[in-house]
Design a protein around this ligand. Structure first.
Ligand code: NAP
Length: 305
């Protein structure tokens, strides 16, 4: 039986991953432990130690994070504690106890100065507090667990899902309520559906466990293609209209980042190179448009909108 401890189970990735694991329990020998934040606060070192020593998980998936990029600038200490220091607690506990860690991370550890997709080995150079704190969490896994083959970092970008807070849900709300919306068109990257990320994380676990594959130190995971926020908003609107989710009368206008000032700086370019998940995991990626449609279908089926 593979024991998986999922931390951050009420977040957008956590919800999708837990749902996938529950479905797969029919065919895979997996046991899931998914404490909520009130049951496990990863900022409490003692709590991290005791859950890991008592449960003895084969895998810990750390999806808990301080993810509000602008708020991180206002609360750097809390962002640092959750994103930077708590992974040190988890890594130390696993190093003592045994068990592997999958630490989720972000395209925002890069500075955005490249114009070709970021490779797993490219140098980190975060330009905002969120990115800096996530980079610190990565370094903990790199230094404490990588050398023992017990830890990997899965970087993802522009995460979208049918639940919680994300760009897709924000755009759906705006196109329902407003006549004109302005969306930045000069930040380049690619969205990632939480369905994609969940499958990739599970594949890392099953391939390493059943095929005795060596754990890669890093993976980059996003859907296929290259786009910008404006294009994604237009696609969401077109699909929502076509699928009859609701009537849309909103005009979407492209603007430059310089016209949309945010508290935190964002990288201009943060496309991730997906090759490792394709080559090492044999994972077949899908176009981002297809994955957006899948999320809208989910919303339609569950009548969430
Ligand atoms: N969102 C994105 O666009 C994006 C992009 C790239 C990478 N990522 C990375 O992907 C991962 C998953 O992101 P997400 O969007 O699923 O995050 P999310 O929806 O914001 O969820 C984060 C979860 O972490 C929990 N959490 C926060 N502090 C905690 C603590 N001290 N102890 C225990 N749990 C705590 C939150 O609890 P509550 O439910 O109580 O809030 C929430 O359930 C993160 O590592 C993130 O950095 C996200």
């Amino acid at each position: 039986m593979i024991k998986i401890l999922l931390i951050g189970s009420k977040g957008q990735f956590g919800i999708a991953f837990r749902e996938l694991l529950i479905n797969r329990t029919k065919t895979l020998p997996i046991q899931i432990f998914a404490p909520e934040r009130k049951e496990l606060d990863i900022c409490n070192e003692q709590a991290c130690n005791s859950i890991i020593s008592n449960l003895n998980p084969d895998w810990v998936v750390n999806a808990a994070a301080f993810t509000d990029v602008d708020k991180a600038e206002e609360s750097p200490d809390l962002a640092n504690l959750i994103n930077g220091i708590a992974p040190i607690y988890l890594a130390n506990a696993l190093s003592k106890n045994g068990g592997k860690l999958i630490q989720l991370s972000t395209d925002f550890v890069f500075d955005g100065k490249k114009s070709t997709p970021y490779n797993t080995f490219d140098k980190r150079n975060p330009i905002n507090i969120y990115g800096k704190t996530k980079a610190k969490g990565e370094i903990a896994v790199e230094e404490i667990l990588h050398p023992k083959g017990q830890g990997t970092i899965v970087r993802t970008s522009w995460l979208m899902s049918p639940v919680r807070k994300n760009f897709l849900l924000t755009i759906l709300k705006l196109i329902k309520d407003q006549k004109k919306i302005k969306v930045v068109s000069d930040q380049i990257g690619c969205p990632t559906s939480t369905f994609t990320l969940s499958e990739v994380v599970l594949k890392i676990i099953t391939d390493t466990t059943f095929n005795s594959n060596k754990l890669e130190p890093y993976f980059h995971c996003c859907d296929e293609g290259q786009t910008n926020w404006y294009e994604i908003a237009v696609k969401i609107s077109l699909l929502a209209n076509k699928m009859g989710l609701f009537e849309i009368n909103s005009e979407i206008i492209p603007i430059k980042s310089s016209e949309y000032i945010t508290i935190a700086k964002r990288p201009k370019y943060s496309l991730l190179n997906n090759n490792i998940i394709k080559e090492k995991l044999n994972y077949k990626t899908h176009k981002w448009e297809f994955k957006i449609k899948e999320i809208l279908n989910y919303l339609l089926l569950k009548k969430i909108t």
